[in-house]
Ligand binder design. Structure first.
Ligand SMILES: [Zn+2]
Length: 156
């Protein structure tokens, strides 16, 4: 289970819309094992944005900075996000071929043009990719706000 706040989702959606028509990308920092909670989102430059709108390579400098920033904090790099300018939030064949870190969560945002041709985030899904088996495993997502409501005890 992946827990993100509504604010984190909105910030990822705007960064992905801003990167359109190329793919946008960034890192997810968080904590927890069974329930993984995102604590921070870091946007990164897509080094392959000039080479087509169906691929991304996260700037390794951002990954290094992220690894440095979590040292000794209990946080870790739990995954990354990237966008698909064709509106799909499912991993592509390119994504599966790139999935060399099986522990990472892949958050994918589908971006499509609205009626006026403006980019609009239309879908957001989380996955784990098993490259060996060529399999995509869906990861349940919940907003931090929804979890907070579930845990609340209301006076009767
Ligand atoms: Zn992709």
């Amino acid at each position: 289970m992946l827990v993100l706040s509504a604010r984190q989702m909105a910030s990822i959606a705007s960064a992905a819309e801003a990167a359109w028509p190329a793919e946008g990308c960034g890192l997810l920092i968080g904590r927890g094992r069974r329930v993984v909670t995102v604590t921070r989102v870091m946007d990164a430059d897509n080094l392959l944005k000039a080479e087509g709108n169906d691929r991304f390579e996260l700037d390794p400098a951002v990954r290094f900075a992220a690894e440095r920033s979590v040292r000794g904090t209990g946080e870790r790099v739990i995954g990354h996000w990237h966008s698909h300018p064709d509106g799909s939030a499912k991993p592509s064949a390119t994504d599966l071929a790139q999935a060399w870190e099986p522990d990472l969560i892949w958050l994918i945002i589908g971006i499509a043009a609205d009626g006026e041709g403006r980019p609009q985030a239309v879908q957001m899904l989380a996955h784990r990719l098993d490259r060996e088996a060529g399999k995509v495993i869906p990861v349940r997502m919940e907003t931090a706000e929804k979890r907070a409501c579930q845990g609340a005890v209301f006076p009767t």
